[in-house]
Design a protein around this ligand. Structure first.
Ligand code: MG
Length: 184
């Protein structure tokens, strides 16, 4: 069976954290960023509309790549074949989020503009032959529980934070070695 790999955007290819911190004019060392970092910078939890509401189309469309993003994409394409790779991203509720993400993909990865899946329930795409690469503990756990395979990208905001360096970065070669057995 040819396996399909779903690749997350925010926190994997796209540097949402840096963009969000810059938008709100705050600094936080990357190595100290946790999943619910909104509370670390003065917001009232993950659903605080004051954090999300300024994030319209242009915010999502203009986010930078993560440092490892290009190499992660290359590694995934080498292992699975580019035709078997798709992007899978969860939007926020703010108007413009979905369109902004599409704009980002159209500009940065035009070959993927018709292989972009947008929705928070990633586990509903799980099953035999399906692999998810994601930076959120819960997404990985749910995808595996639903019958797929998944690889958690090490980030300071997930349980693999011990594998990140002082700048919150991880070793892409090790990532590729972890991903390799999942394609069988
Ligand atoms: Mg993510």
């Amino acid at each position: 069976m040819r396996k399909v790999c779903f690749l997350d955007l925010d926190g994997v290819l796209v540097d949402f954290v840096s963009g969000a911190l810059a938008l709100h004019g705050v600094t936080l060392p990357r190595s100290e960023v946790r999943w619910n970092f909104l509370t670390q910078i003065g917001f009232d939890g993950i659903n605080d509309p004051r954090f999300w509401s300024p994030m319209g189309h242009d915010f999502w469309a203009n986010l930078p790549w993560t440092a490892e993003g290009p190499l992660v994409l290359l590694a995934v394409e080498r292992l699975y074949g580019a035709d078997n790779v798709a992007l899978m991203t969860s939007p926020c509720d703010t108007p413009g989020s979905v369109e902004g993400k599409l704009s980002w993909v159209c500009r940065e990865l035009p070959a993927y503009r018709r292989r972009l899946f947008v929705g928070p329930a990633k586990h509903l795409a799980a099953g035999p032959g399906k692999v998810l690469v994601d930076d959120h503990d819960a997404n990985v756990d749910k995808f595996c529980a639903a019958g797929g395979s998944a690889l958690l990208v090490p980030r300071p905001w997930n349980r693999r934070r011990g594998e990140t360096d002082s700048e919150g970065r991880f070793c892409v070669e090790r990532f590729a070695a972890d991903l390799e057995p999942l394609r069988y």
